[in-house]
Design a protein around this ligand. Structure first.
Ligand code: GLA
Length: 389
């Protein structure tokens, strides 16, 4: 159920020496969870993510020429190129790194090549942002190696732009932000409109965070993601015909949707209804946390799932099954699908003493209903991108 741990910093250090005969700088950049506030980042709402104790580790060192040599430990695969000649590699993993180099080159010319070895324990395709972690590890590493003087927020934006422009996924800013700005035992309440943020303590000894991984990723995941973005933009345009000052769904109210969207486009109306209600839910959820009312917070997580399933329509049978399996279990405070949707994980807040029992129950039920096994990750909230300790 839970896989064996590799000592990534150590494996990367020794692979680097073997391949390049150099001692590497080793950078760690984590994956993320998001407690509530899903599909709100690109609608300029709030999100409540945290960095986790699963990460990408990346070793890097300068070369004397303009060459780039990349090695993926987990795929046991290589890529060779040049810093001054960047084009998509034809396979996915090098593109996250190349996209970051391209963004950095737009700001500051890199006159040297470098070697990279990387690997990590963020399961790819599970919705825990392994790609954002790789982008942020690369941006941080190049900033350190070449002393570029970039701020943390620049690294976040470089990572997001790499994914938008080079990889072609129109993601919002949440994943890269959480990876770079994560803080141990804290959630981050990020306002995606002005990028201001506050750290919200989240250390509940008696509550554990469990991720149940469906191990599916349906093929419409990326196209549906971009489609949802367009539907939200259309909602804003419909409102703007009457209220030009409305710039995003963050500014919109349910009344506006009733007046200007409902009778024009039903689908756009229900998508926007989810977004407007989720923005409210997140703010109420943050108040719950301030009061220490996890029970109320957990209820809102279930409501978010219902909204993502019925209104935003980004869930899938496997995710719904995992939420249904825990919905009436008093040991589960809250649960919902997490991330973009159409597969990946559910996030569950679970009473500590019930963890082992729940893992077994849910895994058995999932296997018997779907015929395939799921995975479980118990995660802890860790710090953001930095040198590996
Ligand atoms: C993906 C994207 C994020 C965000 C979430 C949904 O993880 O990369 O930017 O939009 O989906 O909340």
């Amino acid at each position: 159920m839970t896989e064996p741990m590799t000592n990534y910093p150590e494996s990367i250090r020794s692979k680097f020496e073997e391949l390049f005969g150099q001692e590497a700088l080793i950078i760690r950049s984590p994956g993320r969870i998001n407690l509530i506030g899903e599909h709100l980042d690109y609608n300029l709402g709030f999100v409540l993510p945290a960095a986790i104790n699963r990460a990408i580790w990346l070793g890097i060192q300068k070369r004397d020429d303009h060459g780039i040599r990349l090695h993926s430990l987990d795929y046991d695969d290589d890529y060779q190129g040049r810093v001054d000649d960047l084009s998509p590699s034809g396979k996915l993993w090098p593109d996250y790194i190349l996209g970051v180099i391209q963004q950095i080159q737009k700001k500051i010319a890199l006159n040297h090549g470098f070697n990279i070895v990387f690997g990590g324990d963020i399961p790819p395709g599970a919705g825990l942002s392994s790609s954002a972690a790789l982008e942020c590890a690369t941006a941080f590493a190049l900033n350190e190696l070449f002393e570029l003087g970039l701020e943390r927020m620049d690294l976040v934006k470089i990572g997001q732009a790499a994914e938008n422009e080079f990889v072609g996924v129109k993601c919002g800013i949440m994943d890269q932000f959480a990876s770079v700005f994560g803080r141990k035992e804290h959630l981050i309440r990020l306002d995606c409109r002005n990028l201001s943020y506050v750290y919200v303590p989240f250390l509940a000894e008696e509550i554990k965070i469990l991720l149940f991984d469906t191990r599916v990723k349906h093929s419409l995941a990326d196209s549906a993601y971009n489609e949802r973005r367009e539907e939200c933009e259309k909602g804003v345009q419909l409102i703007q015909k009457y209220l030009p000052e409305i710039k995003s769904l963050r500014d919109a109210s349910q009344e506006m949707l009733e007046s200007y969207v409902k009778n024009v486009d039903k689908t756009v109306y229900i998508r926007c209804t989810y977004v407007v209600s989720e923005i409210k839910r997140l703010l109420n959820g943050c108040e719950d946390l301030e009061k220490g009312d996890l029970i109320s917070f957990g209820k809102r997580m279930f409501e978010t799932h219902a909204g993502l399933k019925d209104l935003y329509e980004v869930s899938c049978d496997e995710l719904d099954l995992l939420v249904n399996l825990v919905k009436d279990n008093p040991d589960v405070i809250g649960a919902r699908m997490m991330g973009g949707g159409f597969g990946g994980c559910t996030i569950n807040l679970v009473k500590a003493e019930a963890v082992d029992d729940l893992m077994k129950k849910v895994s058995d039920a999932y296997l018997s209903k779907t015929g395939t096994g799921m995975l479980v990750y118990e995660v802890e909230i860790e710090g953001g991108t930095g040198y590996s300790s």
